[in-house]
Ligand binder design. Sequence first.
Ligand code: SAH
Length: 195
Amino acid sequence: MKKKQLEMLLERLEGFSNPSFQKEQYATPATVAAEMLFLAAMRGDLGTVCDLGCGTGVLAIGAALLGARSIGVEIDGKALAIARRNAEKLGADVDFIRADVGSLALKGIETVIMNPPFGAQKASSGDRAFLNSARNIARTIYSLHNQGSEGFVKSFMKPCIVQEIYRIPFPLKRCFDFHSQDTKVIGVELYRITC
Ligand code: SAH
């Protein structure tokens, strides 16, 4: 499959019906998801994959469409219901699990691919729990963060090593009332980390 084809398929997925601001529910745009997944595929990292905080399932489903054995973990039952419908719509075989990433015991995962809550809304930022969980279950981690997270991610993840940082344009659509423009492109950073 070509990247553009994957993008077009992922474009068709249903988004969050009533996104929770507290849980920082924001679906990864199809262009960004396809970019992340192709980078992982090129590196041979799409064996057994887990998407932590899978939301409506875009990353877990995309990984399955590229041939991975794919697992999606999400705390919110409503989001998971949408993710299941989305997987069915595209005929993607994904195991969805309802769980808190903070109390997850999964075995046999090679790669975590995730777009965690950025932690911008809370002092005890959500991305820490996700990074911790990721390193407990996988050797290779792809994680999306705000621009300028390099210092934090590198020191927080020690002794795991940040192998690459990719800068990806991220079209942010208006979805919460306080966002003023309809779409604005922000820069995000995708980290490839090995443990
Ligand atoms: N990965 C999805 C959604 C990103 S939004 C995508 O790329 O489109 C972050 C998701 O993490 C939300 O769906 C939110 O409900 C979920 N989440 C937040 N805290 C969580 C936790 N402790 N355990 C599991 N999921 C969590």
